[in-house]
Ligand binder design. Sequence first.
Ligand code: C5P
Length: 228
Amino acid sequence: SSSFVIAIDGPAGTGKSTVARRVAQALHAGYLDTGAMYRIVTLAVLRAGVDPVDDAAVAAVLPALTFESPTTADRQEHVLDGDRVTSEIRGSAVTLAVTPVSANPAVRSFLLDRQRRLARSGRMVVEGRDIGTVVVPDADLKIYLTADATERARRRHRQNAALVGAGTGEVGLDLAAVATDLHRRDSKDSSRTHAPLQAAADAVVVDSSELAVEETVARVLALAADRG
Ligand code: C5P
């Protein structure tokens, strides 16, 4: 089948990943989590002992980097230099350091080629911050998923608790700390020079504050059916 891309962008804690994965499953499409790619690079930077805010030193880590990015919604296994890092990339060390690493223009152009290649490999749901604006500006459908800040913090806090409960999370933050961290990341992501978080002019803005996951998924699928 020919290429059909749904771009899903938005700030952290909107349920973006869950929605994107379920939409991909419902459409039998592939799924690409670009945030995970920024997290992998960040983990490589930390493992190399490089200061995440040192742009030149971070850029120097890139050429030797080998990692795999899964493109299926069902099994998301992330591998860095042969090592499974699926839980580690969600931990607090990476979550803190991913902000300066993803603002680094060398990192963005390094990942951009790979993201574009994977995004255009067929029917894909691609999620991130700059998919509709930069990575796939001609996407067939662009969704900008939002939710109010209190609700996003509650969702992310619940998700962290589930990770810790499953023995895979290290983010033992209380609700107020989660809210502070989301605010820190979103304001930095929105104000950076290169590919800031913003809705594409032709994106459909979906506010999920009052919607259950299934309702948000249904809304995206209805929009996709219109475009398909
Ligand atoms: O989606 P997730 O929260 O895992 O993304 C982690 C971080 O990666 C974001 O806070 C942002 O700084 C960066 N990111 C980005 N561009 C993307 C996806 C993620 O800059 N397309």
